[in-house]
Design a protein around this ligand. Sequence first.
Ligand code: NAI
Length: 249
Amino acid sequence: MDNQELKGRVSLVTGASRGLGKAIAIRLASLGSKVAINYVARDEEAAAVAKEIESKGGEAIVIKANVADADAVKPMIRQITDKCGRIDILVNNAGIVKDSLLLRMPDEAWDDVINTNLRGAYLCTKFAMRSMMENSWGRIINISSLAGLLGNAGQANYSAAKGGLIAFTKAVAREAGARNITSNVICPGFITTDMTDKLPQEAKSMILSRIALKRFGTPQDVAELVAFLASERAGYITGQVICIDGGVV
Ligand code: NAI
């Protein structure tokens, strides 16, 4: 059995029905945290994540809510604090891509990506932070991307949202630090999930050639880093941008 270093903690992981969010939710639960699994579309997938957690002796609740919608986020946070008493750990993971070269980008593709990936993190952080402040303990962990540091052609919307998330993380670190709340941002490289499965083989081979460790990342690789940042052991790390990319050189 894993150590239970997150026993008594309550976590909210957004976009946790699959991919990175699913692996993060399962890892936090394995360390003893109660986990709220947020998702927006696929009820069965989210329920299956909760079932997997419960089958291993963990505790999970499932909450459908669009993170970009304040009228959905507020009740989601209330539901978690009513049921679990608090929120200690927030992982802003929900994200989408709507790729297009800038000159051809539909305005909705810009708005949708900024709204889900950046406004979503803003809303969840704003409403979840109150509980952390009351308890003088909190961990905010945002999932950005290498695109947020480097910019990707065909992803001006995504790169802008993820870059914004990095600056947001640092601002929150400054605002919340005095209350013992840390705020850090993770920039994964290429991680094998539904989001990246869609890429053409040629693009995948090109990316692989630039990765020092010569393999794509797994959701579990990222979940391990989140688990560390969520733990007591990471209590003096805040405002940091941490890349997990197998060495993109
Ligand atoms: P995915 O597409 O497999 O899963 C995304 C999750 O977000 C799903 O659970 C979906 O329901 C949820 N979601 C989407 N819009 C939502 C909304 N409005 N409200 C609530 N939930 C919503 O994606 P993946 O690959 O697991 O990515 C997770 C995060 O990691 C994203 O923020 C992504 O940008 C980031 N990332 C992923 C990388 C990769 O290589 N897979 C690389 C760098 C960053």
